[in-house]
Every structure is written in C-alpha cells, then in structure tokens.
Ligand binder design. Structure first.
Ligand SMILES: *Cc1c(COP(=O)(O)O)cnc(C)c1O
Length: 381
C-alpha cells in the first residue's frame, strides 16, 4: 500500500462483532474471560485496548515499522525509550531539542546515573568522538524547534549501526508524510501525536514506532510495566486525525512554503528559518531526506531586531492565533523566548540563536491568501 492509502486503511479492519467501519471507543478497563486465562486477546486496558490497538497498528503502518505504541503524551513516549537504559549508560542527543525533552534528559534521567552529551549533529567528527562502550542511544529531532535545524538521518544511522547503538528520531515536525526515519536506518520513531498526527489541537498523546518486533516488545514491556498508556477516547481522536494526515500535511507544506517565501522578501523581516528555502543552511539535507514538501513550521526574526516589534506583531495577528503548540489545522503564532522556550536559560537561548525578536508560526490549512494578508497587516501595525 502507498502512503495515502495507509493513512486510511493501514492496520485497520472492520470491528468483528458488528462490522463497524471505525473502531468503537472501547471504554472499558477489563475484559471477560471464559475460563481463567482464556480470553479474546484482551485482559486489562493498560496491557492492551482494542481502540488503542487500532491506532497502534495504524502508527506502525504509516511509519513502516513492526510495532506501534500509543502513550498519554509525547513526553511519556520519550520517557519509555529512556527506560530501556541503565545507570552508567550514555546518550548522545542533538543540541537543539524540544524543551521538555531536554528537561527530561538533563533534570530527570541524569539523576538516575545516565550521562547525556548534547552535540551539533552536523559536526560529524565531534559526534563520532563521543561514542564509547557505554553509549546506548542516539536521540535526534529533525527539523528542530524553533530553529528548524536538520540532522542527516541516513548518515547518523550508518554510524549507530556500526557502533551497535539504538537510534531514535523525534519525527513530530516532519510526520511520515514528509520523512521516514525507519527507512533511513533509525530504530525508533517518536511523535508528539498532540501535534500533526492528532492534527486538531484537541488531544495530548504520544507515539513510538519500532523498526523490529524485538525493540517493539522491549518498549511494550516498559510501557505496560510503568503505565503511561493512551486512553481509548484519545486513541480514537488520534486515529481519526491520521486518516486525513496526507491531505493536511500537503496543505500545511504548500502554505508553509508560501509564508516562508513571502516573509523572506519582506523588508521588515531579517531572517526566515524554513527547510524549504534555499537560504536554509541545511536545505541540501532537507531535499535529500524529506519528500513532498517541508512542512508548516516557519520561524522568523525582525529587521529591527526589536523584541517590541515581535510582541506588537503577535498582538495584531487575527487569522493566526497567539498560542503555544503547533500542528493543528488552525494557524498559530508563538514567541519562543517568552512562551515555549521561556524555561531555557537566557544565555543558552542566545547560544542556540533563539533571539528575543523571534516569532514561530505553525502555518495551518486555511487559504494562503488570508494568511499572507494577515501577516502583512500585522507586520505593518
Ligand atoms: C510537543 C512536542 C513534544 C512533547 O510532546 P507532548 O505531547 O507535549 O508531551 C516532543 N517533541 C516535539 C518536537 C514537540 O513538538
């Protein structure tokens, strides 16, 4: 099956007892057994629930993996991967990560004796020099938030295979419509399904997809043993979202490209961060590993370099909504330094390049003309 068909049919079957085309929301904690230990494959919903199974099979299908797992949040999914590790293990992670991922690594798991190295994944020599016999996991996010930095998945996979180290990719921004990390050599894909997979800003959810049954089984054990599973209602919402993923991402990408090109030409704008622009420093990697577009996330800074100008802009947008989060059908605008990345210390923000005049846009699926008109009036306000 090709991708667009998989979003709708991948891993899906009519519900056996009624023929319902969409899986019912199996709002139940437990399942009747005919004799002790004799059941229809379901015992207790933390271990498995049919609505969640339908979502997990869809996830495995669209990410070309052996096993999908659904979690109560994106961070719960990341947390599950970290539970494969032991004290003294080492992790090599990208230097520009979702703030919550960085917080979990540096504040929670480093307290359990796991050592983290944060590195610029485009500095290959540095990356290679960090491997030792304790290295167990490489963690990459691409594109990143809000700077849209890219990491070369195939190139890193070559290295992790040689060193026999697990390689996980946070594919939240790209989604499998644009990028397939498992096909490029990664072992695990992670998603904040809260974003594009859900796609409608109405659910918090996370996902993992393992390339092999063996890794999938280890992750399922950690999930079952520690409990951060997704409830059936939320599983239903994410599954419903996935059925239009291909349609939405196509439009997000078209609109994202238009918005990025418009902003790049605007006299009030200094710099635009979008992997689909030739001016993007990682544009060649983007062309190599992404396909069908470059997504809906665009960041930019102001020619004046003034924080006040970015605030004024955000107070004046009308079609865009000033809010955190991303990946829903509606366009959102955010001020990373004051909102999503406020927990990153100021000197660290400066070091990364998250300036006080930076605005991040999650470009939605509205008419591009309305979005561009809105940006124009807000930039001129
Ligand atoms: C939002 C996000 C997360 C965390 O997901 P939650 O669903 O909020 O727990 C992780 N990675 C990226 C790239 C995100 O955008």
């Amino acid at each position: 099956m090709k991708f667009n068909t998989k979003t709708i049919h991948g891993g899906q079957h009519p519900e056996p007892s009624t023929g319902a085309v969409m899986p019912p929301v199996f709002q139940t904690s437990t399942f009747a057994q005919s004799s002790p230990g004799v059941h229809k494959g379901y015992e207790y919903s933390r271990a498995a629930n049919p609505t969640r199974t339908a979502l997990e099979d869809a996830l495995a299908s669209i990410e070309n993996g052996a096993r999908g797992l659904a979690f109560s949040s994106g961070l719960a999914a990341t947390d599950c991967v970290l539970k494969l590790l032991k004290p003294n293990d080492e992790v090599i992670a990208m230097d520009d990560l979702y703030g919550g991922t960085y917080r979990m690594f540096s504040k929670v798991y480093s307290e359990f004796g796991i050592k983290f190295h944060f590195v610029d994944m485009n500095d290959f020599e540095k990356l290679e020099s960090l491997f030792n016999e304790n290295t167990k996991l490489v963690w990459v996010e691409t594109p990143t938030n809000p700077l849209m930095k890219l990491a070369d998945i195939a190139k890193i996979a070559e290295l992790t295979k040689k060193k026999n180290v697990l390689f996980a990719v946070d594919n939240t921004f790209a989604t499998p419509y644009l990028q397939n990390p498992l096909d490029l050599g990664a072992d695990i894909v992670m998603h904040s399904a809260t974003k594009y997979l859900g796609g409608h800003s109405d659910v918090i959810a996370g996902a993992l997809v393992a390339k092999t049954e063996e890794i999938g089984e280890k992750l399922h054990f950690a999930q079952f043993a520690t409990g951060a599973t997704l409830g059936p209602n939320d599983a239903y919402l994410v599954l419903r979202g996935i059925k239009t993923l291909h349609l939405r991402i196509q439009r997000h990408s078209e609109n994202g490209q238009k918005v990025a090109e418009y902003l790049e030409k605007h006299p009030k704008v200094k710099r635009v961060y979008y992997p689909g622009l030739e001016s993007h420093p990682n544009h060649e990697i983007a062309k190599k590993q992404m396909h069908g577009g470059f997504g809906g996330m665009v960041s930019f800074t102001f020619a004046s370099e003034k924080k006040e100008d970015s605030i004024k802009f955000l107070e004046n947008v009308k079609v865009f909504t000033l809010a955190e989060s991303l990946g829903g059908v509606e366009s959102l605008a955010n001020h990373p330094a004051l909102m999503t990345h406020a927990s990153v210390p100021e000197d660290k923000r400066k070091e990364l390049g998250i300036t006080d005049d930076m605005v991040r846009l999650s470009v939605g699926v509205e008419d591009a003309e309305d979005l561009l008109n809105d940006l124009e009036q807000a930039l001129n306000s």
